[in-house]
Ligand binder design. Sequence first.
Ligand code: NAI
Length: 345
Amino acid sequence: MTHTITLIPGDGIGHEVCRAVLRMVESAGTATGTGFVWEEFQAGAEAHQRFGKYIPDELVESIERTRVALKGPVATPIGGGFSSINVALRKRFELFANFRPIHNLPGLPTRYPDVDLIIVRENTEGQYSGIEHEVVPGVVESLKIITEKASTRIARFAFEYARRHGRHKIHAIHKANIMKMSDGLFLRCARNVSREYPEIVYGEHIVDNTCMQLVMNPYQYDMLLLENLYGDIISDLCAAFVGGLGLVPGANLGHDSAIFEAVHGSAPDIAGKNIANPTALLQSAILMLRHLQEGAMADRLHAALESVYRAKQHLTRDVGGQASTSEFADAVIAELELTNTQPLC
Ligand code: NAI
């Protein structure tokens, strides 16, 4: 079986972690006889310099064809410049669900052990869309769009996921005490959907309290359902529970396309040094393999990743080791080569 996948290496550490992840994925594929064709495109500032467009037409056409992409982080200028490529791609392909599982890796001491938390973030609207304009000099308006359709759709996604995967509790996170209409609508939709899933406990917490509750005791939550901006912020907070942004994967899912990308950004402070942790993108690729029905390959990669963490010999600096990005990838590949000789079960 050969899969054709759109690849967007992105900016900053994107190139380094993408190269490492491609090597690990291809090594895992050799055992299962699975091949990959990567259709590679740039997006963002580099694409604009070379092709005059932030999102080249060829990239859009590629995702229309492949329906699945692996993406590195794309930098978005602060306080001006072009709009987020990530937001544009999520909207263009209606990737309405941002799915971010937060789990510990074995052998890695973190702030909290045994975290098992699923974040489901609405991905297409809310304030995160960046719909802003200057009313008069010195006055800017930023619009928060919340619709019944998108709120119901993301709530249903969360509850369906919970039902299918045996999760027991969902908290909708909001600020409906202040944003009574927008967050109020989000909550009403979540509440309505929750009634169709009586086996799943449904709760509601205000977002500021949620931050405190998470830091005090993350185990009280099972799944968090959030609108776009709260989901963005709380994902980074939760990443810290399990060792930081170098570890946490993500998936942008729609009805007919999916883009898999880590939670982290382009990390300009460490870019080009071959020290970034490729684990988050590798875990995103593992989610991608499951989406492609390559469960055995995903399991092998995950087992190899866990072995490297358990052994603690080849970890990157963000998690207390000394290995480079490529040395970490070599260690995972060495583990894979050990198991590649064993039969698939
Ligand atoms: P960031 O996630 O790039 O970095 C935050 C901190 O985490 C930095 O200290 C960085 O060194 C560290 N870090 C991140 N990923 C790491 C990894 N794999 N290994 C080791 N350390 C890692 O967030 P920041 O600095 O706020 O954003 C930088 C740029 O990335 C911005 O232009 C932003 O717009 C963009 N960004 C893009 C995302 C995407 O494409 N999905 C997501 C988040 C940010």
